[in-house]
Design a protein around this ligand. Structure first.
Ligand code: NAD
Ligand code: TYD
Length: 361
């Protein structure tokens, strides 16, 4: 079997970072299947435009015939599934797309992969991997003093997004136990870094700060997330693909818990230093507390001991170094942000934040 892999959702935030690093490191050809929803952006991949190691295919993971055709044509040694609807707030406004892609789509993808895999030679069957990218949100919400999520924490998803991801994780697990499909699952904490769509907290705050808009903090801003630099997440995925034990789950996290308000204050401080406001005031003046998210999970924290001990992975970036790289990237890529913050994105921001008492569009 050759070193070709199929990546789904490789035009989105984490998928694009993964594809770029994979090709840059010369690890083999990537066939990138992406539906190009509002979150998929081929501009993330312009540096690969003429690179034969990257083959882009516009399509849906739920299109079983298309996936079967790609598998037969490219004979990959792995499928890495990033494709998903990924934004909690959107899942609250309209859960249906989340069920369609994250649950039904993953099911069809698994069916196509199972059919392909079952006809491989025994040797190739053993080498093949289906790696499913999931989230810490499937474990639910932690209290202030609770121990961090391990791979044995019971699932307790609270949003339509996390429930749909939990369902897909269960399907992946079942395909291993029932059919012997060589699956791996990673459950990662909040990522940040280049190409992060500005509907999510960190890129939204950087963008709004620079264009003079309010920086919306849901509720009291004391909710805690465990932030991981996206390239560290991609390195963890490569390591799991390379050495993970078939059928296992690996939690991936940054050992870096931060309250939302502290993240936003850090961003304001960095922007004050790197791109000061014309009036000399701090960007922190733009912080605005708005109506809380429905069912807002209080705290996520990942215990990443298993992947550290068994596979030797740990994050390279600290929050300080990662957030500095991120702010620098956004400052240097204002055109990328400008191309996104129009059209459908503008409509989303208008509706979503006006409900919270803020006009941000
Ligand atoms: P994203 O929303 O930025 O990108 C998702 C990509 O999937 C887009 O390119 C989109 O066009 C594509 N897509 C959506 N539906 C599709 C379909 N039916 N068929 C093919 N492609 C489709 O998401 P992201 O932040 O890059 O997250 C990637 C994965 O990682 C998701 O599975 C998510 O649940 C998981 N994850 C994300 C985070 C995070 O902090 N962003 C943390 C842990 C896990
Ligand atoms: P988000 O980036 O949407 O990721 P997730 O919900 O998957 O953790 O949000 C991160 C945290 O920031 C979350 O607690 C919600 C909060 N938040 C705000 O306070 N204001 C905002 O405008 C957004 C988008 C998020």
């Amino acid at each position: 079997m050759n070193k070709t892999i199929i990546v789904t959702g490789g035009a989105g935030f984490i998928g694009a970072n993964f594809v770029l690093a994979w090709v840059k490191q010369g690890l083999g050809t990537v066939v990138n299947l992406d539906k190009l929803t509002y979150a998929g952006n081929l501009e993330n991949l312009t540096s690969l435009e003429h690179n034969p190691q990257h083959i882009f295919v516009h399509g849906d993971i739920g299109d079983q015939a298309l996936v079967a055709k790609l598998l037969a044509e490219h004979r990959p040694c792995a499928v890495v599934n990033f494709a998903a609807e990924s934004h909690v707030d959107r899942s609250i406004h309209g859960p249906e797309d989340f069920i369609q892609t994250n649950v039904v789509g993953t099911f069809h993808l698994l069916e196509a992969v199972r059919a392909y895999w079952s006809h491989l030679s025994t040797e190739h069957q053993q080498d093949f991997r289906f790696l499913h990218i999931s989230t810490d949100e499937v474990y639910g919400s932690l209290g202030k003093d609770d121990a961090a999520f391990t791979e044995n924490t019971a699932y307790a998803p609270n949003s339509p997004y996390s429930a749909s991801k939990a369902a897909s994780d269960h399907l992946v697990r079942a395909y291993h136990h029932t059919y012997g499909l060589p699956t791996l699952t990673t459950n990662c904490s909040n990522n940040y870094g280049p190409y992060h769509f500005p509907e999510k907290l960190i890129p939204l705050v950087i963008h709004n700060a620079l264009v003079g808009k309010p920086l919306p903090i849901y509720g009291n801003g004391q909710q805690v997330r465990d932030w991981l630099y996206v390239e560290d997440h991609c390195a963890a995925i490569r390591r799991v693909l390379e050495a993970g034990k078939v059928g296992e789950v690996y939690n991936v996290g940054g050992w870096n818990e931060q309250a939302n308000i502290d993240v936003v204050r850090t961003l304001c401080r960095m922007l004050d230093a790197k791109s000061p406001r014309a009036d000399g005031q701090s960007y922190a003046d733009q912080i605005t507390f708005v109506q809380d998210r429905l069912g807002h999970d209080q705290r996520y924290a990942i215990d990443a001991t298993k992947i550290a001990k068994e596979l030797g992975w740990k994050p390279v970036e600290t929050f300080e170094s990662g957030i500095e790289k991120t702010v620098n990237w956004y400052l240097a890529h204002q055109d990328w942000v400008k191309n996104i913050t129009s059209g459908e994105y503008r409509n989303w921001v208008q509706t979503h934040y006006s409900e919270r008492g803020e006009e941000l569009a």
